[in-house]
Ligand binder design. Structure first.
Ligand code: ZN
Length: 347
């Protein structure tokens, strides 16, 4: 019995002491020494365990349980302490080599593409003029891309050399050749008055050169109301040009032809380089051709279920690339698509 008491006393003593020793250990080596003192082959716990032989079964159980408790606790403390020692050592090492006041090496920063910026800018100007933004699919059908927009079946734009046709099961599909199908979809799906822009990507089977590409961007705009006319269109476009180029510039309408507008006009803007005096940029004409527009053809309104005797509207189509080229003085459209970093970094 006295032997049992002694053993339990020793175990209780270890229990009261061990945690303080772990707190004092300041390095991994010191912590390992501390652990070995209790759990090592020649440690205190091993010594006590080897003396349990003479005890009764019940006493062995009591002492064994206490010894196990100590063993588990010491191991847990060791794991926790070694982690925090490693962390402190790591932070100390970092502190020795890092100077937080040094300028950083810098992470290369991405930016939006100039065409995306231009399209975004065009859109936000029209939104400020009360236009809502509409969207439509890039893969269209003949009806929305041509027929509903008053293209006769024999129109040359429908020829294979101008349009990319997409073979699919069932109806023939095509890559939209302009953003005007959004007009049809928006008018058919809503009730007038309408005031929308439709920014997006369009496709044409064109040879690529400095001013043409088989994929480019348009912002279509249209307004349908009971009373709206070419004068409204002119005011809207003049306001837009002034906001976009940051310079007042007069707008000139020239008669033109598009199947979906009547009358149709080409919109010229007084040359922003020479203010109309004549220069290389405007080929000495004083004006630059910038976009096409007109009053929405009565047939288009009828196709969308609107009575052309009640409703009228204007529409315009802005070529995003052309506007970006004018604004930034870029003379070759292909530069926008080359992903040449030296070019893109200028914007
Ligand atoms: Zn000029």
């Amino acid at each position: 019995m006295p032997q049992t008491q002694e053993i339990i006393k020793s175990l209780e003593k270890i229990k009261s002491e061990y945690s303080a020793g772990a707190d004092r250990a300041k390095s991994a080596a010191e912590l390992a020494d501390w652990k070995a003192r209790y759990l090592g082959k020649k440690g205190e716990l091993a010594a006590i365990m080897s003396s349990l032989g003479g005890l009764s079964v019940d006493d062995k159980k009591i002492a064994g349980r206490l010894a196990n408790e100590i063993k588990t606790a010491v191991e847990e403390i060791y794991e926790k302490s070694i982690r925090s020692i490693h962390e402190s050592e790591y932070i100390a090492r970092l502190g020795a080599v890092s100077d937080l006041t040094l300028p950083s090496v810098g992470v290369p920063r991405g930016r939006t593409h100039p065409l995306s910026d231009t399209m975004e800018e065009i859109s936000s100007i029209f939104v400020s003029l009360g236009f809502a933004v509409a969207d439509g699919p890039e893969i269209e059908d003949d009806y929305h891309n041509f027929a509903a927009l008053n293209f006769p079946d024999s129109h040359p734009a429908k020829e294979m050399q101008d349009t990319f046709y997409v073979s699919s099961e069932g109806a023939e599909k095509l890559l939209r050749t302009h953003t005007s199908p959004v007009q049809i979809r928006s008018m058919k799906g809503g009730t007038p008055p309408f005031k929308f822009i439709a920014p997006g990507r369009v496709y044409r089977h064109e040879a690529v050169d400095a001013t043409h590409s088989y994929v480019f961007h348009q912002v279509e705009g249209f307004c349908v109301d009971k009373k709206t006319n070419l004068a409204d269109l002119k005011t809207v476009l003049e306001t837009f040009i002034e906001k976009f180029f940051g310079k007042k510039s007069s707008v000139r309408f020239r008669p033109s032809y598009f199947p979906f507008t009547e009358p149709s006009v080409e919109v010229d803007v007084e040359c922003l380089v020479c203010s109309g005096a004549g220069c290389k940029a405007c080929k000495n004409s004083g004006f630059i051709e910038l976009l096409g527009a007109g009053m929405i053809h009565p047939n288009v309104l009828s196709n969308c279920g609107l009575d052309p005797n009640v409703w009228q509207g204007y529409a315009f189509g802005i070529g995003v690339e052309r506007f970006a080229m004018q604004k930034y003085g870029v003379d070759d459209m292909r530069l926008f698509y080359k992903n040449e970093m030296r070019f893109l970094r200028q914007f």
